[in-house]
Design a protein around this ligand. Sequence first.
Ligand SMILES: Cc1cc2nc3c(=O)[nH]c(=O)nc-3n(C[C@H](O)[C@H](O)[C@H](O)COP(=O)(O)O)c2cc1C
Length: 468
Amino acid sequence: MEKILILNGSPKGKNGNTAKLIDQFMRGYQMIKSNSHIDYVELYKKNIKNCIGCFNCWSKTPGKCIHQDDMDTLLQQYEDADLVIWATPLYHYGMTSILKTFVERTLPVNKPYIIKNEGKFTHPQRCEISRKKNILISNCGFPEHHNFDVMTQSFKKITNDCIDESILCIMGELLSVEQLDGRIQWYMDVLKKAGEEYAQNGQFNLDTRNILHQPLVPVEDFIEIANLSWEAEGETPPSLDEAMNEKISSNTKHKKVESNMENKMVKYLQNSSVLGINGEKWMSISFIPWMLSWLFIGGSNILGVWGALLLSVVIVAIKMKSREVTYFEKMSVLYFSVLGLLEILGISFSSTVGTLLNYFAIALIWGVSVLDRKPLTADYSKHRFKKDIEGDIIFFKIFIKTNEILTLFWSGMFIIQGGLFILLKQLNLVKLSPLIYILIFVALKFTLWFSSWYPRHIISGHVGASNK
Ligand SMILES: Cc1cc2nc3c(=O)[nH]c(=O)nc-3n(C[C@H](O)[C@H](O)[C@H](O)COP(=O)(O)O)c2cc1C
């Protein structure tokens, strides 16, 4: 049976970017050869001491190292393997120290003597290492292949020029950006195909090799994503033009990035609606059960509890047709059901307690949605954008940030409304409390304005700061 040894030298092991490449390649490989014996070693989990250069493995105890650690087993697996997959992220132009420590500890495989083999001086080997097949899998942070030059050379030497194929993925950090999954699926598909081809023919087709050499996304997009994604404390990343070293005036720079943002907005904008009603209108509709409850809870619970429950169920039932029921709409049904249940159990509230409870509950529902990074307003405003924004990480991040602010704003506003209600109560002006709802309409207007102003503001603020 064919034995495969996968040596993953990333300190992140199976959670890293290198592992994603290994997994996809092996998925393809195993579709053709499903019964190979595979040892997948996450080297960072192993106890492998540094070689101390004592040469005991060459003299006093030939073939045996003085250290007693996990390398005993690993060396056996290495000697037995028909195919070794050397996998490592690029660290300072080379393999990681984790993998390098393993490589250095393979010294006992060699004998100390120097002989000439195929025109080159080398050490004779105790087992036939040079008959093994080898594949190199790596990824790096930069967007250019020359970064791998030194490491590739080094593996050529280590394997005695026996690297069958290499998968060297530039911009590898993008592999772990969930939002880009759709955009880099083409690379994953080719990687799997490479696995199938290697299992079938012992090499990749030329086309496959060429495609695997392509950048995951256009370089400009990558630089923009990479520089903005760090969010380093107290530091301002270079703008795209600065990063690309484009020599243009700061004013032009400002305009150019703003117009990039404008173009993106236009590119992603769409006029879609849910069942013929746009997202923002649905948001207003979702408030109707709450308004009914605020008006009548504690006075007429038929309307304040049961009416609100009925209306929220009707909204959910209508929205179910389009499978676009939002978290707010679901939580509204849940909340009014709980109020209904309490009523059945004979627990009811005065209108003051009921109203305040409503404000507290709605503020909580809205606030909690931000913790989950699924701000509630996004459920409604997303219909203004095409689904592609999820692939544009910068735009998507700004979209989520905008909605987090808006959702927290709404959450805070409900608390303020609760406060105003208590104030009116203290002043014996409860009859004026419906006026508080005017705030909701003002807030809806503000939401519309803010969601188009804020993304532009972040971008121009960023450019402004980097121009200083
Ligand atoms: C210490 C260190 C050194 C690195 N050196 C390089 C480098 O020389 N060139 C490069 O393009 N990327 C470099 N990177 C980026 C890594 O190759 C990149 O983060 C890779 O995706 C990590 O893969 P992993 O998730 O499998 O560990 C370095 C990263 C670290 C932490």
